[in-house]
Design a binder for this molecule. Structure first.
Ligand SMILES: Nc1ncnc2c1ncn2[C@@H]1O[C@H](COP(=O)(O)OP(=O)(O)OP(=O)(O)O)[C@@H](O)[C@H]1O
Length: 252
């Protein structure tokens, strides 16, 4: 996916995204990080075609995003949002079947067997019959990821996937995302608040500040206190943790 001078402004608001030009690295994990209100979610929505750029263009495999039909978009990109609708009357398997609709026209033609591999990818194969509402937050998040995988997209977008998860489940989810990218070779685009988490899981990073792309570089080159200080407006120090590597801490 290529973004060429993409700008966007919500009506009546100041510019949210300013002339962003960048390429999403294919087959890699890209994290978009930046302070609150930097425009991360807005940029994600533009990349998903949920918002239209005011200026500039987004292309997917050389084709303008707006030229893709809804079906083509569903086969190219899947999105796991930060907040999910609450369903009391859906079983896990029904949610995953909704993802398979990218390849079928009728829900009724999708079998239980067909969705098993996607549940297995997120290690939930034994929970297919359970009501979604009876699962923990972390398990529900995995179900939505399974539904996204069932679309068999080339790109998977996740907006703040670790919100509401405790640190153990956050680590499990990050491991799962890495595993999926490794086994399915999917391009993954993540919005993450936790810089250390983002740098640990990602291959590549976009740093956003006030709608502008401040840095577009490999994750390993983001351990740059001056750069992070400029983006987040905080005192930043980088410490070396034995058996882990560089770790970013905020200092007064
Ligand atoms: N629907 C909307 N209408 C008007 N302004 C909006 C709307 N959504 C977001 N904004 C504004 O656009 C700017 C970017 O918001 P966005 O949600 O993209 O930032 P973000 O980096 O994802 O923030 P956060 O880290 O807090 O989730 C902010 O100034 C925000 O107030």
């Amino acid at each position: 996916m290529e973004l060429d001078h993409v700008s966007f402004r919500y009506s009546g608001a100041s510019t949210s995204i300013q002339k962003v030009t960048a390429t999403v690295p294919t087959g890699q994990i890209l994290s978009i990080i930046g302070p609150n209100g930097a425009g991360k979610t807005t940029l994600l929505k533009l990349m998903l075609g949920q918002l239209m750029p005011e200026q500039g263009q987004i292309k997917v495999q050389g084709q303008p995003l707006q030229d893709l039909s809804l079906k083509q978009r569903a086969q190219t990109m899947a999105f796991v949002s930060q907040q999910h609708a609450v369903y009391d009357d859906l079983r896990v398997k029904d949610v995953v079947k909704m993802g398979r609709l990218a390849s079928h026209s009728l829900l009724a033609t999708i079998t239980d067997e067909e969705i098993q591999p996607y549940l297995a990818q997120v290690h939930l194969e034994t929970l297919a019959e359970r009501w979604l509402s009876s699962l923990s937050g972390g398990q529900q998040q995995r179900v939505w990821i399974a539904a996204a995988l069932a679309q068999e997209p080339q790109m998977l977008f996740l907006d703040e996937p670790t919100t509401y998860l405790d640190v153990g489940h956050q680590r499990d989810l990050m491991t799962l995302i890495r595993e999926l990218q490794y086994t399915v070779h999917m391009t993954v685009v993540l919005v993450l608040h936790d810089i250390n988490q983002a740098l640990m899981v990602s291959d590549h990073v976009w740093l956003l500040k006030q709608g502008q792309l401040i840095a577009d570089r490999p994750a390993k080159d983001c351990f740059d206190a001056e750069l992070l200080q400029q983006v987040f407006g905080l005192g930043i120090q980088i410490v070396e943790v034995p058996q882990y590597g560089p770790y970013i801490i905020q200092v007064p």
